[in-house]
Write a protein that binds this ligand. Structure first.
Ligand code: C2E
Ligand code: CA
Ligand code: CA
Length: 638
């Protein structure tokens, strides 16, 4: 039923498929990594196998002659010489994709490759030994024991490859492992069909089809690369490091955090684009190959250094560190970048992908001296983990407390207060919001914290005590991210309604620096809450780089000028000009102004001259517990 024409058709089909795959791989220049090269080698093997299939099919139609016999012999030789390498290479390929290869020491690689060498030798020496196959003069093909050895060895590597896929299951993306499993299934089906019916020579075709899936899903790394410069993204980093941890592979990470990212991004006007990675691209590629560079965050790059000793990794880190002394050319700009460099060891310091996230997300500790962070400096990563624990157990353990800091009219009469959260944790002691709020914002617990503060404030206002002593309203901080979530306005209304207090007693603060990319939503939320009667303040004005007209379109009652503007005004003439003109601009927009961070009499004099409305700062009082606060305002009333 299946004659030589059938076999010819199948072989030509698989040849075409493999050639297309090869051409695409080359056009898209997926050729630089070992993984890519192994893939290309696999395609080349399949191409040779398809060609030998064509030769066998064509010769099979001819009458037996010396010449056809020599063609057949040559083609069989080429077939076995290459096909024997297919499964071992597939195993190396899968090990590479899953990073399992990285745990292979030279000795292990040698031992694992031994069966491959032996079978390859069997195939290559067949013309002399005839261990694998022979042809008789009628052109009939005879299998010898060597072929069985080759197939058993192939099965061995196939099972090894399969077990690597299973072991690394969680660290190969779904798309990639689907393609790899699909390939395995195709190989099994192809081999089975051919075993059941010798004339159905579809094994190579099945493999060619399977590798097409691999090309589309594994070799195509679009899901691992976000940006034009070809560096890997955050998902790729955590998959790869996760793979290394599972496979007990150690490596060094060098993290570069750009500290003045916002400023640089604003300067070059790149908006959402990945400016910093772009600026550093050329230099970093001179340090390590492209595929060892990751950009998990816009201001953070990570280099993976495999097989580097501590000392060697430090040399790399120092080279990078020194480079930041100089400026960087970017288009028409010459830019000074400030960076922190950190070296971490996987797995002794980074033991899980969670810790990797902490490293990427946490601010690098502030130190005055410029140096490379390593060893003990990395304790902040552990600290972050323990704080996350403290935040989540905080509610059940009653660790949270709301403090109040009074605010004053410019004539020093009491005006209001700001509610500020504090945490007293059993094991970590007292924690300040500057440390735990950013973490809570990342893990989502900020919603609960902000609601807790709002309820506390409502409860306090419900007693009527603050009003009695002349408090006009109490300020409650909100995380901008939370405001934009659906149902936010209803939730706030529901909480406040529960206590039946006047809504204008509450003044919400939103920080300028994060006052959001989505102005329409934010503006809508603020408008709805203002219509309900709540007041709104813009916090930390002067620290962000927001568009001024956007900010003022948000319709705030009070603008709170950040303490740094006040403090800078005392330090330099330029600082003074900035403070004065900022205040004048806000006054022209008919908004009330509060200046925070007032610590001295001299500062108050300065602000009186500038005719602002409200003051807040340690000069009057630090944030204090509710009872102390009541004491303070009751005394001041007298
Ligand atoms: P913020 O809203 O700008 O709060 C003012 C911060 O400045 C407070 O720090 C306060 O203690 C401090 N401060 C006030 N006057 C002076 C002064 O004269 N000198 C100095 N050196 N500092 C002064 P705190 O309480 O540590 O809060 C830090 C930040 O944490 C707050 O900055 C706010 O962004 C955030 N935060 C605090 N409580 C909450 C909350 O309940 N929810 C949210 N979402 N964020 C909060
Ligand atoms: Ca505030
Ligand atoms: Ca502030």
């Amino acid at each position: 039923m299946f004659n030589n024409s059938f076999a010819l058709g199948v072989s030509i089909s698989s040849l075409l498929i493999c050639v297309v795959n090869l051409v695409y791989t080359l056009i898209l220049r997926r050729t630089d990594k070992l993984q890519n090269r192994l893939f290309i080698a696999l395609l080349c093997i399949l191409i040779v196998n398809s060609l030998t299939g064509i030769v066998s099919a064509v010769c099979g139609q001819e009458v037996a002659s010396e010449q056809t016999l020599s063609y057949l012999n040559a083609s069989r030789y080429a077939y076995f010489a290459t096909h024997t390498a297919l499964c071992p290479l597939f195993f190396y390929y899968v090990s590479n994709v899953s990073l399992a290869s990285t745990r292979l020491t030279n000795r292990r690689v040698f031992l694992l490759s031994l069966p491959f060498f032996v079978t390859e030798m069997l195939a290559l020496t067949n013309p002399i030994t005839s261990f694998v196959w022979t042809f008789d003069e009628t052109m009939a093909f005879h299998r010898e024991w060597g072929e069985t050895v080759i197939y058993i060895t192939a099965l061995f590597y196939f099972i090894l490859a399969f077990s690597v896929i299973i072991r690394s299951w969680n660290f190969i993306s779904k798309k990639r492992r689907t393609a790899l499993i699909f390939l395995c299934v195709m190989v099994v089906i192809g081999v089975l069909i051919q075993l059941l019916h010798k004339a159905l020579k579809v094994e190579v075709l099945a493999e060619a089809v399977g590798f097409t899936g691999v090309m589309m899903s594994v070799e195509n790394e679009d899901d691992r690369i976000d940006f034009g410069m070809g560096f890997y993204n955050r998902t790729a980093l955590s998959m790869d490091i996760g793979g290394c941890i599972t496979n007990e592979r150690s490596l060094k990470l060098v993290m570069i955090r750009i500290l003045n990212y916002d400023l640089v991004n604003r300067l070059v006007g790149a908006g959402e684009a990945n400016t910093v990675a772009d600026i550093l691209s050329g230099f970093l590629k001179s340090v390590v190959p492209r595929y060892f560079i990751y950009v998990p965050e816009k201001d953070t790059l990570v280099l993976t250094l495999y097989d580097y000793s501590d000392a060697e990794a430090e040399v790399v880190a120092e080279r990078i560190f020194d480079r930041f002394d100089g400026t960087w050319d970017y288009g028409e700009y010459s830019i000074q970048l400030n960076a922190s460099i950190l070296i971490a060891d996987v797995p002794s310091q980074i033991r899980s992908t969670a810790e990797l996230s902490y490293m990427i997300e946490s601010p690098v500790p502030d130190t005055k001296e410029n140096r490379i962070f390593k060893e003990k400096d990395l304790e902040f990563i552990m600290r972050r983990q323990s704080i996350e624990g403290a935040i989540s157990r905080g509610f059940s353990e009653n660790s949270y407390e709301v403090y109040y800091q009074p605010t004053y009219h410019i004539d020093r009469k009491l005006h209001g207060a700001e509610a500020l959260i504090r945490m007293h944790d059993k094991t970590l002691g007292n924690l300040y919001p500057d440390e735990f709020i950013p973490i809570a914002e990342q893990n989502g617990l900020i919603d609960d914290i902000d609601e807790f503060v709002l309820e506390e404030v409502c409860r306090f206002l419900k007693t009527g005590v603050p009003q009695k002593y002349g408090i006009d309203n109490i300020n409650v901080n909100l995380s901008v991210l939370q405001c934009m979530r659906p149902g936010f306005v209803d939730r706030i209304n529901r909480i406040v309604a529960q206590y039946g207090i006047d809504k204008h007693l509450i003044n919400f603060e939103i920080t300028e620096s994060i006052a959001a990319s989505d102005y329409d939503t934010l503006s809508h939320v603020i408008q709805r809450l203002r219509n309900e009667g709540f007041l709104f303040s813009m916090d930390d004005y002067g620290t962000g780089y927001s568009n001024v007209s956007n900010i003022f379109s948000l319709n705030f009652d009070v603008i709170k000028i950040d303490k740094s503007l006040l403090w800078d005004a005392e330090k330099s003439e330029l600082g003074m000009v900035i403070l004065e003109s900022t205040i004048r601009m806000i006054q022209k927009m008919n908004k009330k102004i509060l200046v925070e961070g007032v610590e001295t009499e001299a500062q108050i004099h300065l602000l009186e001259g500038l005719k602002i409305d409200y003051l807040q700062g340690f000069y009057f009082s630090k944030p204090i517990p509710k009872n102390s606060f009541i004491e303070l305002i009751s005394e001041q009333k007298r």
